[in-house]
Design a protein around this ligand. Structure first.
Ligand code: HEC
Ligand code: HEC
Length: 292
């Protein structure tokens, strides 16, 4: 589940909570004929359980997210977590009263409203922050006069701190991209996490990632290319068939390019091979042909 679908779930959560409370007010606030009331009770119950399921779903997602978090939490995050935890006993008490303790049912509307108020605060404290801090982020690239502000240490700090929020850093450091490719990716990520990644962060991260990749590439001695290609083939190409199929084939560089391209299409996973890994595999497989 990505952060966007959580926002959608959270909006749905508040909406359903609101409707459930309105129905409850309608039921208790007015003296009505019993026939109309039965429908309202049913609607209230269905929506109530939907509300509860959404809460559990979002909670599970959040627990997974927090589990990977090593930084100090912001005060906003702390309030958010406290509100979420408070909701758990409130919801349990509500279900308990409804199911087991009918004598207490006069207290239910108050409990329902409390739950809704807490949910609203819970969602609002985060949603409000994002709405108020919406940055007018524009596509940021590096230009010559940025050299004065660019700093590798700062770039490293930005990447390690801000790029590990939604996926591992391994995903970042594994990628090989052209300078424009990095600009595209980092801008896309900044947009996904707006307003937390500013234009300044984009510049620092971009500078660091491009330089870092140059260093990584320079470190690879020529002989090592073979080893990299070989280990990539044994890791990546044995997912669907055994390696005999790969090593048994005789192809030139053009044919390997086409075969590896077809395998990537079959795998249908954008993260299966980066451009650099593809190049390494093709180079290894076709060089092997020349050696033998
Ligand atoms: C708000 C969550 C979020 C943050 C923060 C984030 N990413 Fe991502 N990132 C994603 C998602 C979602 C995907 C997968 C979807 C995609 O590929 O577009 C992804 C995919 C990637 C990929 C693989 C896809 C590609 O285009 O190569 C790279 C590399 C990457 N992110 C780098 C970064 C960097 C660098 C940063 C920090 C500047 C960062 N991410 C911060 C959500 C995030
Ligand atoms: C997603 C599963 C999958 C992965 C991963 C995969 N293959 Fe394949 N491969 C297939 C299938 C299916 C066939 C048979 C159909 C075909 O040839 O397209 C095949 C056939 C082959 C063949 C024999 C056909 C030919 O064109 O000579 C070779 C060689 C081959 N694969 C090499 C590779 C290499 C190299 C890799 C790693 C980059 C790889 N495969 C990774 C699924 C996969």
């Amino acid at each position: 589940m990505n952060p966007l679908s959580v926002s959608v779930l959270a909006a749905l959560f508040i909406f359903i909570g609101g409707v459930t409370v309105l129905i409850m007010l309608e039921m208790t606030g007015r003296v009505r004929d019993n026939a109309g009331k039965a429908g309202l009770i049913l609607a209230h119950r269905i929506l109530g359980y939907l509300f509860l399921s959404l809460f559990v779903l979002i909670l599970l997602f959040m627990i997974r997210k927090v589990a990977g978090f090593q930084e100090e939490l912001t005060p906003r995050a702390v309030i958010h977590i406290v509100l979420a935890l408070t909701l758990i006993p409130l919801l349990l008490i509500k279900v308990l009263v409804v199911r087991r303790l009918p004598q207490l049912s006069a207290k239910l509307p108050l409990l329902g409203i409390t739950i809704f108020v807490f949910s609203f605060g819970l969602t609002g404290i985060t949603a409000g922050y994002y709405v108020l801090h919406r940055s007018n982020l524009t596509y940021t690239t590096l230009s010559a006069h940025d050299n004065d502000v660019l700093d590798m240490e700062l770039g490293k700090a930005v990447v390690n701190k801000k790029c590990a929020k939604c996926h591992s850093l391994e995903r970042v450091y594994r990628a090989y991209k052209s300078d424009d490719g990095w600009a595209g990716t980092v801008n896309k990520m900044a947009l996904l996490d707006s307003p937390n990644i500013t234009s300044f962060d984009v510049k620092q991260a971009l500078n660091y990632l491009v330089e870092q990749q140059k260093k990584r590439q320079a470190k690879r001695p020529a002989g090592l290319e073979n080893d990299i290609g070989k280990s990539l083939v044994s890791r990546k190409c044995s997912v669907c068939h055994n390696l005999d199929r790969v090593f048994g084939a005789r192809k030139n560089i053009k044919q390997w390019t086409s075969t590896v391209g077809r395998m990537v299409t079959t795998m249908d996973d954008p993260d299966f091979l980066s451009e650099q890994e593809k190049t390494d595999i093709i180079a290894f497989l076709s060089r092997r042909e020349a050696i033998e």
